[in-house]
Design a protein around this ligand. Structure first.
Ligand code: DGJ
Length: 682
């Protein structure tokens, strides 16, 4: 059970796994003392002595000991020389902030964050610490929650101007602390794991693109040099936010099982409730199958073929509206293209459903093409700086979602599309980052607020739509996984992980993604070969094994498959559905990293350890091969497990301590996928 203990000047947030301890220093400065494995109690003397605080608790600001004190919400300018979490410009032009604790309340419930995504309020203990800067009148409420079931603490900061003058907040961050791990990349190579020693000075990761972005994931982790997947200390912080961010390193600690801690936190307390634990339809998306080149009959034929294989949902991707035969036009004109689809969305939806398969659709609601009726009618609806030329990317501009009229337009367009088509799934795409950032409705001094106001607008739109269409499965997308973050996952239970569907590249992308996000959130599809992004030919078996690592589907034209592949598609869909609960909602353990060797391996284990599914992919074939032995993880050491594919039985202890010898076929991208079932001891 999570508890908030108040022991003298200490605030101790604790559950069965972790402790997070803060201390009010003389004068009210808030020190951060500990974040790690659960403690019964903490005598702060050791940690404070290191920071130059005398045994009686006194310290001297003149000697700059603030600089050595681990502070919970630090600021620069009054003795602390490090980068602060908060910078505020006061009316006198000064920027120093001196926050002191004025009161603390243990709350009955974690307060919601109006207009912003956040982990929910059930199953946690909550604390509010009220801080104030007397000089400016600035008040900061730090809200904490510690959950019963996760090794995680959440924190938000609410800033209120309690003074007379105008305060300008120029920096308001949430901060933390050996070796630094970040996830970064680019298009088709999202969330690669980067681990490097922590050195003096600033280091971290950020985005100024208007989205959390393909290049950077709003997550940072600090681990001991000897920490690995099985053991060691690790501290991680992820922002529940989808826009611009900075995640920078500072100094402290935490316990391991970080990824599973995040997975549980998001599953139990963030993702849309009605989709957690619920089966996700196996889908077939039309994009790589036909791109913009389709008509009604073609789509219905693809859907019919997919239905024969047992696929449950057919998704029409880009190209169905305006006169969009390529990506140069029509975003914003969400009327159907009657040349391609003469019966409109209704007839197409009905015909697809008549094949025994559900219908889903693609939209990119946040964008407008310069060649569109929408843009011609409302050029000021696009983000722009007056007097400067618009800069397009993928021939498109970004709508100004900070505006209410734009928000209403988007809600109307999506509502009409879903109602007309009867779609039970919507892929919400967003394919460019911001430039020319400016809003026609804001005065000059407020223009810098645009990126954040945009995010508030986006969240408001999402909130309205997911409320209005609770049974529609929304899948996020941003040129692949360009905005795959905990902010969006509050609204959409799954996210298209990457435009890169090459099995070997996907091993890396999915491996990195699972550092923070659970398998259920990763849209993951089998595509045709040669792969459209890399040109590589990999066996169907490997493409299937890798796509099974996430929310499963296909991204191809089933009519172009060989008879053999069509048969395996039927078997695959049945296997994917049968194992879905285990794959998506089981406890995930990474076993071999594609960033470190020629192998990628992971295992998903049922919470009661009665079954598991294990996957291994070897990237490159090597001559004179010795089959790899992989030590499994997460099993019950006392149970015996039947490997269904081979009929062999091994003890859980043996599989974890001695390992499983995996026979792989010759050739690149060789894979095995094995299901394990606990059996009575023989
Ligand atoms: C980018 C997405 O990542 C693709 O899957 C596809 O939907 C295209 N956009 C369509 O334009």
């Amino acid at each position: 059970m999570a508890q908030i203990l108040r022991e003298g000047k200490l605030f101790h947030l604790r559950n069965d796994q972790i402790s997070y301890v803060l201390c009010e220093m003389p004068g009210g400065v808030l020190a951060h003392l500990y974040f790690g494995a659960r403690l019964e109690a903490l005598n702060p003397v050791n940690l404070l002595r290191r920071a130059g605080v005398a045994a009686d608790g006194s310290y001297s600001v003149q000697e700059c000991s603030l600089d050595r004190l681990p502070q919970e919400y630090p600021s620069f300018g009054l003795g602390d020389m490090r980068e602060g979490a908060l910078t505020v410009e006061a009316p006198d032009g000064s920027t120093a902030v001196d926050l002191r604790l004025v009161s603390a309340e243990v709350l009955d419930k974690k307060p919601a964050l109006e207009g912003l995504p956040a982990t929910r309020g059930e199953g946690c203990a909550a604390l509010r610490l009220n801080l104030k800067d007397e000089h400016t009148g600035l008040e900061v409420a730090l809200d904490y929650a510690i959950y019963d079931d996760c090794p995680a603490v959440t924190r938000s900061a609410r800033l209120v101007n309690g003074g007379q003058g105008v305060l300008n907040v120029t920096r308001a961050l949430n901060d933390i602390d050996w070796e630094l791990i970040t996830l970064s990349g680019g298009w088709a190579r999202e969330r690669a794991i980067h681990r490097r020693p922590l050195v003096q000075g600033h280091q971290g990761i950020s985005s100024r693109r208007g989205a959390s972005s393909l290049q950077a994931s709003p997550f940072i982790s600090l681990v001991r040099p000897d920490t690995n997947e099985e053991q060691g200390e690790a501290l991680g912080a992820a922002l529940v936010y989808s826009g611009n961010f900075i995640a920078e390193a500072e100094a402290t600690q935490y316990d391991f099982a970080m990824s599973r801690g995040f997975h549980r936190l998001w599953q139990n307390h963030l993702l849309p409730r009605r989709w957690v634990g619920r089966p996700r339809p196996v889908l077939l998306n039309s994009w790589e199958g036909c791109y913009f080149d389709f008509n009604e009959d073609k789509l219905v034929a693809m859907a019919a073929e997919a239905a024969k294989a047992g696929v449950e949902l057919f998704v029409m991707d880009d190209g169905w509206f305006g006169h969009r035969d390529d990506d140069t036009t029509s975003l914003g004109d969400w009327g159907v293209d009657l040349h391609k689809l003469p019966g409109g969305l209704k007839r197409l939806g009905d015909r697809v459903r008549a094949q025994g398969i559900q219908f889903g659709i693609w939209m990119e609601p946040e964008m407008v093409s310069p060649d569109s009726d929408l843009y011609r009618a409302h050029p000021d609806w696009a983000l722009h700086i007056p007097g400067r030329d618009y800069i397009t990317a993928r021939h498109q501009l970004v709508l100004d979602l900070s505006r209410q009229d734009v928000q209403d337009f988007i809600v109307d367009a999506v509502t009409t599309t879903l109602n007309e088509s009867g779609a039970i799934y919507l892929k919400w795409d967003m394919n460019r980052n911001f430039s020319n950032i400016g809003s026609a409705l804001l005065p000059p001094e407020r223009q810098k607020e645009v990126p954040h106001r945009y995010m508030l607008g986006l969240y408001a739109v999402m909130e309205r739509l997911v409320k209005a269409f609770p049974d529609v499965l929304f899948e996020g997308c941003s040129s692949g996984g360009g905005r795959f973050d905990a902010g969006l996952l509050y609204y959409v239970p799954q996210y298209w992980c990457s435009d890169d569907t090459d099995a070997l590249m996907r091993c890396r992308i999915q491996y990195g993604t699972t550092v923070v996000f659970p398998a259920s959130t990763m849209g993951s599809h089998v595509s045709a070969v040669p792969n459209h992004q890399t040109g590589r030919v990999t066996p169907m078996e490997a493409r299937f094994a890798v796509a099974m690592g996430g929310s499963f589907g296909y991204e191809l034209d089933p009519l172009k498959l060989s008879d053999e592949d069509r048969q395996s598609m039927r078997d695959q869909v049945a296997f994917a559905s049968r194992t879905q609960n285990l794959r998506l909602y089981g406890d995930l353990y990474r076993l071999r990293s594609p960033f470190e060797c020629n192998l990628t391996a992971w295992i998903c284990v049922a919470p009661d350890k009665s079954e598991a599914i294990f996957t291994l992919v070897r990237a490159m074939s090597v001559p004179n091969l010795v089959p790899p032995i992989i030590k499994l993880n997460g099993l019950d050491p006392k149970k015996r497990y039947l490997i269904e594919q081979t009929g062999e039985i091994f003890g859980g202890d043996e599989l974890m301590r001695s390992g499983l010898c995996c026979l792989l076929k010759q050739g690149d991208a060789a894979s095995v996928m094995l299901t394990l079932k606990a059996v009575e001891a023989v």
